[in-house]
Every structure is written in C-alpha cells, then in structure tokens.
Design a protein around this ligand. Structure first.
Ligand code: AP5
Ligand code: MG
Length: 213
C-alpha cells in the first residue's frame, strides 16, 4: 500500500502517518523529519535545507526528489509506505510518478487531511516536538504524561523553529500556492480521498482506516 499524505502545515499529516505506519507495518517517510535530522547532524543537506525551512519556504525540488526516490526503493518499502510531506509541488509529484512507473508501480491513495487555516495557527503554537525521536504532541490536545518530556523516548520537547506564528503564516501561503494544486492532480488520477482533519485525532484515523480497508 503506497500512500501520500496531503494537507496544510499542521493539518495532522505526521500524526496520522505515524498511526498508519504502525497499523499497516509500513515505513513512515517524512521529508520534514529527514531534513530536521540532517540539520541536527549538521550535514551539508541540513545546512542548505535550514535556510529555506526557517523562512517557511520550500526546499528546492532538486534537493528533495532524489532523496525520496532513493528512500522508496529501499527493501523495507517493498510492501508500501506512507509519504508525509512529499510531494509538495507538481514537479515533485510528476517525478515520483515517473520513478514509480519505471518500476511498474504507482501510488494507491492520496489522503488529504482537511483543516481550515483558522485552526492551524492555534495548533502549531501548541505543538511540541521531541528533539531526540521527532515524536509530536500538543500541549492541549495531545499532552505528554510529564510536561516537556517525550512519552516514547524521554527526550526533551521543544517548539519547532518554524512554528512561530509569522513563519506559520508564510508556510500556509506557500501551501496554498504550491501544494494545493496537488489536490486537482490526484483528483484527476482518481486516487484522492479527503478526510475531515478538525475532529479528534482517533476519529480522523478511523476515517482513514475506513478508506484503506
Ligand atoms: P514538514 O515537517 O513536512 O512540515 P509541514 O507540512 O509544514 O507540516 P507539519 O509537520 O508542520 O504538520 P503536520 O501536518 O505533520 O501536523 P502534525 O501531525 O505535526 O516540513 C517542514 C519544512 O520542510 C517545510 O516548510 C519545507 O521547508 C521543508 N520540506 C519538507 N518536505 C518538503 C518537500 N517535499 N519539498 C520542499 N520542502 C520540503 O500536527 C500538528 C499539531 O496538531 C501537533 O501538535 C499535533 O499533536 C496536533 N494535532 C494533530 N491532529 C490533531 C487533531 N485531530 N486534533 C487536534 N490536534 C491535532
Ligand atoms: Mg509533520
């Protein structure tokens, strides 16, 4: 099962992708997490990506496409995967389709987690991310057992650099301009499924499971 998660920043792509990956035992591939891991390790890719991410802009397609195409060709992705945060532009979607077509393969579902802009800013200011494992929480909606400490690994929780309200606004603009056109792209391919992302996270997940089974 090859799944793409679509949705605005903060719509809950990462939250749902993690649940899908656990239930169906497939890898969760998040380009944002890959970049953040590279930034933490101080790699060349991380240094380049950071300059764009901090401004709320997209990292150029050429820095993303090969990375994902290589990742989905790995052994653990043979039975499927859930892509979170990729594709984000029409050229990225076309590059993915072309790479999969070469393998006689295709994307099965593009799931759009639909959340209006009004809800997003509030969600992002409450999000906390684990510096160690990337786990995501929300101070009100998805609190940890001990404040500031990751339930999964005991790591420290922080507010992401790009979750400041002014950067979130820029990310939303970029989403509407460059990523939203993918809704039409996958509608035309007849694989787009939309779920209401404003309800409780487990209810969002139930709608997704319903689509996938
Ligand atoms: P990325 O890391 O992908 O960020 P994003 O798309 O902006 O999305 P987020 O991770 O912020 O949100 P999410 O939808 O995963 O929501 P989450 O589940 O955390 O990308 C970051 C940057 O990297 C980009 O800006 C870009 O620069 C670069 N980049 C990455 N991929 C790229 C690509 N392909 N091309 C170019 N550049 C790329 O949930 C948000 C919060 O809400 C959390 O606190 C969560 O706990 C809470 N929450 C989730 N579900 C619910 C619910 N149902 N009810 C209440 N709260 C909820
Ligand atoms: Mg995410």
């Amino acid at each position: 099962m090859k799944i793409i998660m679509l949705g605005a920043p903060g719509a809950g792509k990462g939250t749902q992708a993690k649940l899908i990956a656990e239930k169906y035992n497939i890898p969760h591939i998040s380009t944002g997490d890959i970049f953040r891991a590279n930034i933490k390790e101080g790699t060349e890719l991380g240094k380049k990506a950071k300059t764009y991410m901090d401004k709320g802009e997209l990292v150029p397609d050429e820095l993303v496409v090969d990375l994902v195409v290589d990742r989905v060709a790995k052994d653990d992705a043979k039975n499927g995967y859930v892509l979170d945060g990729f594709p984000r532009t029409i050229p990225q979607a076309e590059a993915l389709d072309a790479a999969l077509a070469k393998l006689g393969d295709k994307v099965d579902y593009a799931i759009d987690v639909d959340v209006p802009d009004e809800n997003i800013i509030n969600r992002m200011s409450g999000r906390r991310a684990c510096v160690a494992c990337g786990g995501t929480y929300h101070i009100v909606h998805i609190p940890t057992k001990v404040e500031g400490i990751c339930d999964a690994c005991g790591g420290e929780l922080i507010l992401r650099d790009d979750d400041k309200p002014e950067t979130v606004k820029k990310r939303l603009d970029v989403y509407h301009e460059q990523t939203q056109p993918l809704i039409d792209y996958y509608t035309e391919k007849e694989i787009l499924k939309t779920v209401d992302g404003t309800v409780d996270m487990m209810d969002v997940f139930a709608s997704i499971v319903n689509i996938l089974s």
